[in-house]
Write a protein that binds this ligand. Structure first.
Ligand SMILES: NC(=O)c1ccc[n+]([C@@H]2O[C@H](COP(=O)([O-])OP(=O)(O)OC[C@H]3O[C@@H](n4cnc5c(N)ncnc54)[C@H](OP(=O)(O)O)[C@@H]3O)[C@@H](O)[C@H]2O)c1
Length: 280
């Protein structure tokens, strides 16, 4: 397989290990984080360490994550910001789909304003709203692409059938689904994306920290490779597919440094197969 450290979508090339900016908000992904200065430092450090794909959403905070990204990183240079729309926030940990085209358009406009951009690098539909015709949601994404409001379009938490249906209406550059070495429910979507050259962005890549903690079956393998368990989890994802773009999230500089170092680790066949065998 290709060992390329980069992936290109819609003419934009990014390093495959990105950063997820959901955790730079308050408890329940609601309101500001406890330490906004540290969160801005995390964003800057990620970029210093080579990250140039940052994943966010209007609904993270809401708005807080996009605002911190602008404060820390604008002007963005070669850093690509991937945002999303499609969730209403009605309180901490509460998320409700909203895929009405007018609403998605409004959120695109507001993300452009908050991020300080003329065109969004990657605009992802956070969820397909089951109460709105899917073609209408895809059609709005196509309109935004045609109008130049967004440079690329992505989907999130979708099946192969849904990706195929969306592609009849609009070019899909990326798919963002839950995926990590212990949860492979999206294997079919990943395989489809790899075949079709669509970027696959696995969210929950270190299972909210549980795949970054020592004390489990990955310990021995990490120790043998002289790396941490979190780095092992991320290096496994990077090796799993050349279209894979993990976006581990953290609010701590020490953790972003640990996670970014995984970009330079290539697992040998023996370690890769041993991890596979642990979680088959
Ligand atoms: N499309 C979707 O529906 C969807 C859903 C959820 C998330 N996402 C995106 O995916 C990104 C990642 O997902 P996620 O945040 O749920 O999961 P994750 O990246 O697997 O886990 C993040 C959590 O793990 C901890 N962590 C990270 N690195 C660590 C390390 N080296 N050592 C110890 N703990 C570590 C962080 O805590 P500390 O802050 O204490 O480091 C944080 O709470 C999000 O930021 C967001 O951009 C998308």
């Amino acid at each position: 397989m290709s060992e390329s450290t980069t992936f290109t979508f819609a003419g934009q090339t990014v390093n495959r290990l990105g950063f997820g900016a959901m955790r730079i908000t308050g408890e329940g992904i609601w309101g500001p984080p406890k330490d906004p200065d540290e969160c801005r430092a995390v964003l800057r450090r990620a970029v210093e360490l080579g990250v140039n794909l940052i994943d966010t959403a209007d609904s993270y905070g809401p708005y807080i994550s996009e605002e911190l990204i602008r404060e820390a990183l604008h002007p963005y240079g070669d850093v690509k910001i991937a945002t999303k729309a499609g969730f209403l926030r009605i309180g901490p940990d509460a998320w409700r789909e909203c895929g009405r085209p007018d609403y998605l358009r409004q959120e695109c406009e507001m993300s452009l304003r908050r991020l300080g951009q003329e065109s969004i690098d990657l605009f992802q539909l956070h969820r397909i709203d089951p109460s709105v015709a899917a073609e209408d949601q895809f059609g709005l994404l196509r309109d935004l692409l045609d109008e130049g409001k967004v440079r690329a379009v992505g989907l999130s938490e979708v099946s192969v059938e849904q990706i195929v249906a969306a592609r009849k209406v609009v070019t899909i550059s990326t798919v963002q689904n839950l995926y990590n070495l212990t949860n492979r429910q999206s294997e079919a979507a990943l395989e489809y994306c790899q075949r079709e050259g669509i970027g696959f962005i696995p969210w929950y890549p270190v299972a909210a920290g549980s795949l970054a903690r020592s004390g489990g079956p990955l310990d021995a393998l990490a120790h043998k490779n002289n790396i941490t368990v979190g780095q092992l989890s991320l290096a496994w994802l990077l090796r799993r597919s050349p279209v894979m773009m993990p976006i581990p999230g953290t609010s701590k500089v020490a953790h972003v440094e640990e996670n970014c170092a995984a970009a330079d680790i290539t697992l040998n066949d023996e370690t890769f197969d041993a991890i596979d065998a642990l979680h088959d």
